[in-house]
Design a protein around this ligand. Sequence first.
Ligand SMILES: Cc1cc2nc3c(=O)[nH]c(=O)nc-3n(C[C@H](O)[C@H](O)[C@H](O)COP(=O)(O)OP(=O)(O)OC[C@H]3O[C@@H](n4cnc5c(N)ncnc54)[C@H](O)[C@@H]3O)c2cc1C
Length: 440
Amino acid sequence: MRDVLGANEMADDHCKGGMSSHSGLPLDISVAFPQATPASIFPPSSSDYYQFDDLLSPEERSIRKKVRDVMEKEVAPIMAEYWEKAEFPFHVVPKLATLSIAGGTIKGYGCPGLSITGSAIATAEIARVDASFSTFFLVHSSLAMLTIALCGSEAQKQKYLPSLAKLQSIACWALTEPDYGSDASALKTTATKVSGGWVINGQKRWIGNSTFADILVVFARNTSTNQINGFILKKGTPGLRVTKIENKIGLRIVQNGDIIMEKVFVPDEDRLPEVNSFQDTNKVLAVSRVMVAWQPIGLAMGVFDLCHRYLKERKQFGAPLAAFQLNQEKLVRMLGNVQAMFLVGWRLCKLYESGKMTAGHASLGKAWISLRARETVSLGRELLGGNGILGDFLVAKAFCDLEPIYTFEGTYDINSMVTAREITGIASFKPAAAGRLSRL
Ligand SMILES: Cc1cc2nc3c(=O)[nH]c(=O)nc-3n(C[C@H](O)[C@H](O)[C@H](O)COP(=O)(O)OP(=O)(O)OC[C@H]3O[C@@H](n4cnc5c(N)ncnc54)[C@H](O)[C@@H]3O)c2cc1C
């Protein structure tokens, strides 16, 4: 009898949205913790302390506003749920498409031709609400689309870029392999010339968007020249297999995949003519590292905004958390980090625009900004106490999302060494012991 009653109660609770503990479902967070607003209702922006809006053109300010609006309205309410499920919310893509920002700085072919600062500020505004979304977007726009724009033939640009710009087709960018991560220039996937095209054999790992991408930009070693070449593969090509990487602790909305290529035929027309060595991928990476550097800037802005609101709402010992000196110092340290990160990111864009940016500049920006972001999210996590480990309040999610950002597009260490090579003239990627180890 009790069992039957229990079952009825459960069904009833479920209909009411699972608000009772009988249902076994968690309470709605605003019922469980009424004192603080969850991140699904995103806090107003409060991190622009030094009024950086003044540094932006009217067009860049308007991009910032329209991206912020869409992210706060469309993505903030669903991000914790999709992050938890590790699923990608495909229904949001058309909303993102209305912003006309995919393709960033690329001119023509249906792309928006934004300034690099405009593109960067759009990236930051996406990451402010959700870093997985900004990663999805960067892989598609700043890696795959940019590679086609910088290294593709005229026919390839006309064929692929317009639908990628409208987000009607989605792309991924596959460089990393299971055995070659930081050491990507040593990659082993092969491309062998055959009549009418190329045959690709090999494996890729960690490739964002790859589980559903229509177009896969893949790098492989030409078996005749031993140099790296680039190819455009299409979803469903025989011999191409993609499997989702499960159990990630960060960027859980991003669908990262393992790719296995067994005798994948790529017609001549889909080889990227301007990728003739690993150096050519660096042309793309230099720009995309500027964009990647803006992810931790946006992410830190969002964490600051959330903490700023939370500390004023939550009370302990009869006072808001914002009234305690220790909490104030942490909040101010976070704010200071955001100001400095923004200035470094902005200066990088200006160096790029004036043609003065070096690979070392971009790497220092990515490395240093992600280091400061790591401190910022860690302070934020502390400030939220127990709620600092819950996805609903954003900070825990951002804390976890920052870790892969710290590691991808060159880890902190690798980017530091790129800058160090530029300022010392000495490359330190290969340890002195490498020669001896290979003889063992
Ligand atoms: C969420 C996510 C998304 C990604 N998306 C993509 C994608 O879309 N496309 C793509 O091609 N790749 C992607 N990557 C791969 C990413 O670029 C690599 O993870 C990254 O380059 C590091 O390689 P690794 O993981 O093999 O680490 P490793 O190279 O094994 O490095 C492990 C550690 O050793 C350190 N290390 C390595 N070499 C040196 C050295 N010479 N000196 C000092 N320290 C060193 C590193 O700094 C790091 O701390 C993604 C990764 C993640 C986690």
